[in-house]
Ligand binder design. Structure first.
Ligand SMILES: [Zn+2]
Length: 95
């Protein structure tokens, strides 16, 4: 494995050199934070997103963990969030 050390070292130096060259010569007038082609795309994806009531994350319908409650379907990002929500509901129902 010792032969790998100079190889990795060389690769790291090359990466560093490329980064340095880009920093010195790659400066462009005016900042271009985003490539222009992104603008034509809608910001929201095609999938329907639902807010996870346990953690507040938005989760896609097709990958969500569902829970039916009072005729409504709730969507959770994980089984953990679903269980947490159920536990919280039970707790608040008792109090
Ligand atoms: Zn969640």
């Amino acid at each position: 494995m010792e032969f790998l050390v100079p190889l990795i070292e060389t690769v790291l130096w090359v990466i560093f050199a490329v980064w340095l060259i880009r920093r010195i010569f790659g400066r462009k007038p005016g900042r271009q934070a985003r490539p222009p082609k992104v603008e034509s795309q809608p910001p929201a994806p095609m999938k329907t997103l639902h807010r996870d009531p346990a953690c507040g994350t938005y989760v896609a319908e097709d990958i969500s963990h569902r829970l039916e409650e009072e005729g409504k379907v709730l969507h959770f990002c994980s089984e953990e969030c679903r269980m947490r929500y159920i536990a919280r509901q039970r707790h608040s129902a008792r109090a």
